[in-house]
Design a protein around this ligand. Structure first.
Ligand code: FES
Length: 275
């Protein structure tokens, strides 16, 4: 809202007094650009890495120890290498130019892209909307998430439900990764990395805002729902750390994939702890 002297001043919302028209984009003198710039770099790296990996269609399974990278789980096509198909092969052979994770990767990507934390990071770092507090953004209009395509961000809760199913599958994969070379039970560094990743993914999913709503939403009286209140309290504590879980779990997914790729390709040997 503006005053009569439009070019001179801008009305502060609800205050009735004008704000000085400052030609400078910002008066901040600290390195406010460092955080959005570094997050943009990190997000760009993850996007490029995962894109390359899902089209590689190699080095995603270690048959000796039953390690399956989370980027290819579940592998359910006739094109998957033997042993990696823990849930059968309902899909036929897939052409090389289509990723094996054609059904699951869009869910995982959609879950991350529509996540409240990544939305905040992406809007600030990639769309510059805005980059930081007290820094004028380059956009002249703002429609929030009310129009296409950003209105699709509201599908987050559905991605949460689907991603939870995939996380249960990841947990099953992790149990199978406790496999020794001579059969039976075994633990290697790969098993530990896979389990750390699964725990971080659970932390990320359970701290999700949609998860918090599942447990505590639409209730008028917590006192009448003590079990849901108990879980809601637990999830709320995790929710305060959601941003940390988001970045840490993304990192552990990539590290897990790199480790399994390196062992599968024969670049390194798995460090065995037992069997
Ligand atoms: S808000 Fe981040 S995963 Fe749901």
């Amino acid at each position: 809202m503006t005053t009569g002297s439009t070019k001179q001043a801008v009305m502060l919302p609800g205050e009735g007094r004008p704000r000085a028209a400052i030609p400078a984009r910002t008066l901040r003198t600290d390195r406010w650009w460092l955080t959005p710039l570094s997050i943009a770099g990190v997000l760009a790296f993850f996007v490029v890495y995962t894109t390359v990996r899902i089209f590689m269609a190699r080095y995603y399974w270690v048959s000796d120890y039953h390690y399956l990278t989370p980027l290819y789980s579940p592998c359910i096509s006739d094109s998957c290498v033997p042993g990696s198909t823990h849930f059968g092969t309902p899909l036929p052979e897939i052409p090389f130019f289509i990723p094996l994770a054609i059904l699951t990767f869009p869910v995982l990507a959609g879950f991350r892209v529509t996540c409240y934390y990544y939305r905040k990071s992406g809007y600030r770092s990639l769309f510059l909307s805005p980059q930081a507090c007290a820094v004028r953004e380059p956009h002249k209009k703002y429609s929030g998430e009310t129009k296409f395509p950003l209105v699709l961000m509201n599908a987050h809760r559905y991605f949460f439900y689907l991603a939870t199913i995939l996380l249960l599958i990841n947990t099953y994969d992790a149990a199978l990764a406790l496999h020794g070379k001579d059969g039976g039970f075994g633990i290697g560094l790969g098993s530990v990395i896979i389990w750390v990743n699964v725990v971080m993914l659970w932390g990320y999913s359970l701290s999700c805002h949609a998860c918090r709503h599942v447990f505590g939403g639409r209730l008028k009286h917590f006192s009448r729902h003590p079990v849901r209140y108990h879980f809601w309290t637990f999830v709320s504590k995790l929710n305060a750390r959601h941003g940390t879980f988001a970045m840490v779990s993304l990192t552990t997914v990539i590290l897990t994939d790199i480790y399994i790729m390196a062992v599968s390709a024969g670049w390194i040997n798995d460090l065995r702890i037992f069997n």
